[in-house]
Design a protein around this ligand. Sequence first.
Ligand code: ADP
Ligand code: ASP
Ligand code: MG
Length: 419
Amino acid sequence: MIEPPRPVVMKFGGSSVADFDRMRRVAQIIAATASERPTVVVVSAMGKTTDRLVTDARALCEPPAPRELDMLLTTGERTSMALLALALHGLGHTAISLTGSQCGVITDHQHGRARIIEVRPFRILDELAAGHVVVVGGFQGVSYKREVTTLGRGGSDTSAVALAAALGADCEIYSDVDGVYDGDPRHVDAAARLEELGYEQMQALSRAGAKVLHARAVELAAERGIAIYARASFPEPGKSGQTVIRNNPAAPTGVRAVTCERQVIELRLRLRLNPGAPASKLVTALGRGLGGLGLAYLQIDERGVSGLLFASQRDDVETLESQVGRIVDQLEQPTASAGLELIEYRGDLAALTLVGAGLEERHDAITQALGVLEAANIALRGIRTDGQSVALLIDRAHATLATQQVHHAMLRSNSCRTP
Ligand code: ADP
Ligand code: ASP
Ligand code: MG
């Protein structure tokens, strides 16, 4: 018996559909696949549309209401999905565009960073059964309260993985690079493509600022056992490879990649507690509320609870402070004297992160990286480690130089790749 072809989800990011010419070329790529297997396409907003929409919203009201911002931002993907469906019609294919809500992408109701709870893909299945290519607006869903939500910047990758999981489909993510490199190819000249990468390390890379894949997409892929194939939409000559992200227990230890988040804010804050107020409640609420904004640690002492946050410039200090204020307000204890105090703020930092299994035990790797910084006269402002990464906090002005030098010393010389 001949097996029916396995469906595929193909995701195209903003740069791949930035203008009509690219949109037509993407339609041709899709058409070639769709003639062989059931095809669902997830598409992002064209080029820098989402950035422009955010600027528009802020011009009228600062900060914009998260609900209205989500309504506005999803129009970017709505435009590109309809245009891409039309480009497919132009090639003689029957295609239909659908919003996240029409596809049954159900999320929680955190506007701006909603998490997908489930996908009910009945409409997609019907359209595929009718022989249509289905073009889905990425980055969006609908909450149980029937509000339109977005999944966080870069979230179309997550839409693609969620749909692939719901449909039992393969997941191909197309962008302007032919896979995941051991350093951002835009900033590190000698960056090399990785053939295969385990979920944990890809997640560590994404969380540390490598925007080639959305961190939540990788988390979801790991949960659901979905392999992600990262490829280029329009490969340059000699660069038509891919990176497969999947479970990879046999991966080599030591440093596999470096990445740099260039917009780190360090915010040290202290909360004075009511005498006798339970610190545990505060800590739990802060941890839950600020986890998504890069809560690094909390410390409890006789003066109260102090914490250190890392955040990208996008979540500026005022947003962070008001978020902390809201969390304090929400606590059941009377909060009149649980005051919030900002004790230190530095806005010009970058986090250079080494990614690899078991790095917290590889003192040789950390020492080598520190040696490189020292030789280049770059001051170290702090270190964070976890099972898959070591982040070195430095001044933002040195981000490019530090990334290139550390990449050169640790990945081109092979010294820290294996135990
Ligand atoms: P899309 O718009 O298609 O979603 P993104 O711009 O989000 O694409 O992601 C692709 C970009 O990710 C590349 O242009 C590249 O500069 C950047 N990038 C950062 N780190 C890496 C890395 N380690 N490997 C590959 N690309 C990376
Ligand atoms: N258009 C959204 C953004 O710019 C989502 C995405 O591209 O994945 O963040
Ligand atoms: Mg992206």
